[in-house]
Every structure is written in structure tokens, then in C-alpha cells.
Design a binder for this molecule. Structure first.
Ligand code: GUN
Ligand code: FE
Length: 424
């Protein structure tokens, strides 16, 4: 087995959500793209391997973003005085409609790759747009960056503007062609089936997408119970179902290959269904705040056995860094306790770190931890400018980075064992 890398520094990660694992001044060894182990002394057999010594810096797993709309990066920070539906109509759809233009797509998607790279996002689940050609451009751009991703061509065939809508049969046909073209094309990039959300997809489209997911074993992403008006609309469209989640379930789209963004207003019944199906919920506190959607009660989901991970929700979310989303998730959980339910304890730093690394990483395989056999996704954090390090322990320094750090503190990025430089 080839030993390729040894990094030295203060290693910190979460194998479980309850606590940090900390190895001060230790060696993290990579072999064949995987974590070989963490050692206080370099084992004899690796003595002649060169060490990348990062001194007093922190070494942490790469961040995993479970919900990011690539074409909305261009809208970052715009239109957030609106709620979901007017925001989609005024800002989102007009921008997304442009990405059938491959030159435009390449230019704007390159900005996305750079922003993900800068912020230490090593794995990401992306929405593109309804365009197959634009989605191919996004897949090529992200592949070249070295970042691992599930990337979805959006499907939508009802209740959408006439400049941004598909014909049902054509949508299914193009999606199948796109899956066949891309499912084995890249090493770290895979297609993901992406019905926009229930109000914009007919029953025929959703059932057809479920069939494609089963036929080719492709994962699924969508939106669920984000905004109260949206939920009422789903009730009107599907009175035969008793919850929003049960519509997806009835269409064959809710299983352990699925990630659903938001789940802000899920009922106990809906939460139970998500737990039973093994569906991942992507918690997107920034988007939930910006569009006045509400506060997701994460503690209740975790205690009910739902898999929860974190999403930036760019462009409803205004921050790319998952470390920023971590602190927002803690703040949301504190307000949930004060204003909604005194019984639900706020999230802790180790819990949100776990959600933004290992919990999201599970969607990608063995990703998001430094346990032996995990894919070697790592970041080196230099926190020299965040305060005097001598008076703070490693866990406090990580906490400080999560709250007050930014992309300038991230000085190296490794994905599946490879150091990745800034995308061109
Ligand atoms: N629901 C349907 N489309 C979208 C979108 O683009 N962003 C968010 N946050 N919710 C949606
Ligand atoms: Fe979204």
C-alpha cells in the first residue's frame, strides 16, 4: 500500500456528535486516498515519508454542504426581504433561466467552484437548473476543481413561469439521457435526481423520476416543508395525502437515498416518516432565517432518529462556509428553546461540527471523519489572527474559528488524499 502523505499538527474531529476527538501535536497518515491512522510518533515503516509539518495549526475534516443552488450564487445577498414564493419568482427563476447559455454557465459556475474551495467545502450536494447542457458544464467545472459532489439537473413541469418550465415527457427523457451520460463519467461527481419541489412537479413526473432512481440507483434531493404558504399549497394540490412528506413517499421518492432540504415545519408524523425511511434532512438555518421561513427544531429530529446534516442553501442562504452555518445552527437552536420549546436543548459545538462533517459525509460513503478507512478530506486551519493561542486549548481554538474565523484561516485543502489548489 502506498503511503502518500503525513500531516503534522493539532488534529480534531468528531467520530460521534457528543464530543471532539483531539490529538495534539500528532501525525495524520494518508494511504491510497484514505485515513491510515493518527499517531503520536511516526511508525517505523513510514519513517522515510516526508512530513508536512503545520506546527501549531489545527487539522480538521473537510466540510460537507448538503444543499447548495449553484446558479443562485450570483444572487447571493439579493432579494432577501421577500418570503419563499415571491423570492423564487422575482429573483431565482429569472437568474436560473440563463444557465442554458454554456458560456454564461461556465463563467458563473467557476465562481461557485472558487467559493466552495476557499471555504473548505470538500463535498457538496448541488442543484443546477433545468438545463442539461448547463448541468454538464457544472459537473465539468466541479470535477476539475477536485471537489466531490452530487449534482442535480432540476425537474419542474407545473406551476412555474413559462420561461422556466419543462414538458413532462421531455423532462424524463432528457434526465435519463443525462444520468446515462454522467453516472460513470467522473471519479468524485455523481448525478442526483432533483425534482424542484412538490408544487412544481406533476405526479407523472415525480413517479417517473422515482422509477429512474430505482433503475439506475441514483440518489434524490428536493425541498420539504420550508414555508407555511408552500405547505398549504401542497395540501391544496394533494388533499389525498396527510403530510407534505407523505406526498413524496407516495411518489416513491422518500428513502435512504434521499436528502430533503429545510423540514422547518414538519409535524411529528412527518418526522416519524423521515426516520422510518432513513431520509437525510439538510438543516439550512441561513435560508430559513433569510426568507422568514422559521426555525427547524433540530433536537426533535435527532431524538426521533432522523439523520440531520447541514446545508448553506445558497442563495437563500448568504454564506458559503459551513463553519458559518454551524454557528447559525447553534443560534437557531437557542432561539427554538427560548421561543418554541423549553424542553429542546440547544445544539452544542461538537454536535454541529458532526452535522457539518461526518453526518453529511455519510451521504458520500465513509467521509467526514479521521477514523481509519475514511476518505482523506482534510483542512489545515491557521488561527494566528484569531487571538493568543497559548491561552486556549485546541477545542476552544476550533470553536473560535467556527464563530469568528473565515476563509483566510483555511490554508490547505485535501480531498480524497489529494491536495487541491484554487480552481482556475
Ligand atoms: N423551493 C423550491 N425551489 C427552491 C429554491 O430554489 N430555494 C429554496 N430555498 N427553496 C426552494
Ligand atoms: Fe433550496
Amino acid at each position: 500500500m502506498a503511503v502518500l502523505k503525513i500531516l503534522k499538527g493539532n488534529i480534531i474531529y468528531t467520530a460521534t456528535k457528543e464530543k471532539f476527538e483531539i490529538h495534539e501535536d500528532s501525525y495524520l497518515i494518508e494511504s491510497d486516498g484514505l485515513v491510515k491512522g493518527i499517531f503520536k510518533e511516526i511508525p517505523k515503516e513510514y519513517k522515510n515519508v516526508e512530513v508536512e509539518d503545520f506546527g501549531d495549526s489545527l487539522i480538521i475534516p473537510g466540510f460537507v454542504d448538503m444543499h447548495f443552488h449553484a446558479p443562485q450564487f450570483q444572487n447571493l445577498g439579493l432579494g432577501l426581504d421577500e418570503e419563499l414564493m415571491p423570492w423564487l419568482n422575482k429573483y431565482t427563476f429569472p437568474e436560473e433561466a440563463k444557465y442554458g447559455d454554456e458560456e454564461y454557465a461556465k463563467r458563473l459556475y467557476t465562481n461557485v467552484a472558487k467559493a466552495l474551495w476557499r471555504n473548505g467545502t470538500t463535498r457538496v450536494v448541488l442543484f443546477s437548473t433545468i438545463h442539461k447542457n448547463g448541468t454538464d458544464v457544472l459537473m465539468d467545472v466541479i470535477d476539475k476543481s477536485g471537489i466531490g459532489a452530487y449534482i442535480g439537473k432540476i425537474n419542474m413541469d407545473r406551476n412555474s413561469p413559462d420561461f422556466y418550465i419543462e414538458d413532462t415527457d421531455e423532462s424524463l427523457k432528457v434526465t435519463e439521457e443525462w444520468i446515462l451520460d454522467t453516472k460513470d463519467k467522473y471519479k468524485l461527481i455523481k448525478p442526483i435526481i432533483t425534482p424542484s419541489f412538490v408544487p412544481a412537479c406533476t405526479e407523472k413526473l415525480m413517479k417517473g423520476l422515482s422509477d429512474l432512481s430505482k433503475k439506475y440507483n441514483v440518489k434524490i434531493q428536493s425541498h420539504l416543508s420550508e414555508n407555511e404558504g408552500e405547505i398549504e399549497w401542497v395540501k391544496d394540490l394533494h388533499p389525498e395525502y396527510n403530510s407534505y412528506a407523505s406526498v413524496y413517499d407516495g411518489m416513491g421518492l422518500l428513502n435512504d437515498n434521499t436528502v430533503m432540504a429545510h423540514t422547518v415545519h414538519s409535524t411529528d408524523e412527518e418526522i416519524k416518516l423521515l426516520a422510518e425511511r432513513g431520509t437525510v434532512s439538510a438543516h439550512c438555518p441561513n435560508g430559513n432565517y433569510n426568507l422568514s421561513s422559521g426555525i427547524m427544531p433540530v433536537r426533535r429530529f435527532l431524538e426521533s432518529g432522523v439523520k440531520v446534516a447541514l446545508g448553506s442553501d445558497v442563495g437563500a442562504g448568504h454564506q458559503v462556509g459551513i463553519y458559518k452555518v454551524m454557528s447559525q445552527a447553534i443560534e437557531a437552536s437557542k432561539m427554538n428553546r427560548v421561543y418554541v420549546n423549553r424542553e429542546e436543548k440547544p445544539l452544542t459545538t461538537s454536535e454541529v461540527f458532526y452535522l457539518g462533517t461526518k453526518a453529511g459525509g455519510e451521504f458520500f460513503g465513509k467521509v467526514g471523519s479521521f477514523e481509519k478507512g475514511y476518505e482523506f478530506d482534510a483542512l489545515v486551519i491557521n488561527d494566528d489572527n484569531l487571538g493568543d493561542k497559548d491561552f486556549r486549548c485546541v477545542e476552544e481554538r476550533l470553536q473560535r474559528f467556527i464563530y469568528i474565523g473565515d476563509d483566510r484561516n483555511i490554508v490547505r485543502r485535501y480531498i480524497a488524499g489529494k491536495e487541491v489548489g484554487e480552481p482556475k
